[in-house]
Design a protein around this ligand. Structure first.
Ligand code: ZN
Length: 197
């Protein structure tokens, strides 16, 4: 059939929806109360984390829309080895976590470390959900970078994976995410409310 993959790569919106759904799921297992301000920052951290692995894409919004973005993008791409390499690998995930860990210890007062680590944890939930989701697309993910082996699920047939911006992504995948998020939360709304208390 002419339909190559169902998802080519995912858009930022879908990645953010997947990240938030993942975060709800984590919250169900580990309910926390962060207070309103930290809770809102943590939610944004989840969404920013979900977008960060694709900053090595030439079309990354953050770079297109900010001053000096092109130069920053060139530097970022040079360091990361191009799209879907370093940033989507186990090595990359570890490096990003270590980098922020170091930044927290280096630049943030110890009194604020608990909050900083909650934000980092939220960011990493979003970040890690991204390559997991990309694994379901036709390009796959080089989890073991620098080994050139793109891991895809399912490995075949190609028709089962997903193409970016397609009807399947925009309606089926996102629709399914809304349903999953709702099912996760139904009966657990107090847990979401508790996050802000
Ligand atoms: Zn990606």
């Amino acid at each position: 059939m002419g339909y190559t993959y169902i998802l080519r790569n995912m858009t930022g919106t879908t990645h953010q929806m997947i990240a938030l759904t993942t975060a709800f799921w984590v919250l169900l297992s580990y309910p926390v109360s962060l207070g309103p301000i930290l809770a809102i920052i943590a939610i944004f951290a989840v969404m920013i984390g979900a977008l960060t692995p694709d900053l090595d894409q030439p079309t990354a919004n953050l770079f297109r829309r900010t001053l000096g973005g092109k130069a920053a993008h060139k530097l970022f791409s040079a360091v990361s080895g191009g799209h879907r390499h370093f940033t989507h690998s186990i090595l990359g995930i570890g490096a990003v976590a270590l980098l922020f860990h170091w930044i927290i210890f280096q630049f943030i007062q110890p009194a604020f470390h608990p909050q900083a680590f909650i934000i980092l944890f939220a960011f990493m939930i979003g970040y890690i959900s991204h390559p997991i989701a990309d694994t379901l697309t036709d390009q796959g993910v080089p989890w073991l970078w620098p080994l050139h082996w793109n891991i895809k699920i399912p490995p075949g047939p190609e028709e089962l994976r997903v193409t970016t911006g397609s009807f399947v992504e925009l309606f089926l995948v996102r629709g399914a995410l809304v349903v999953v998020a709702f099912l996760l939360l139904s009966g657990h709304w107090q847990m979401l409310i508790g996050l802000f208390k």
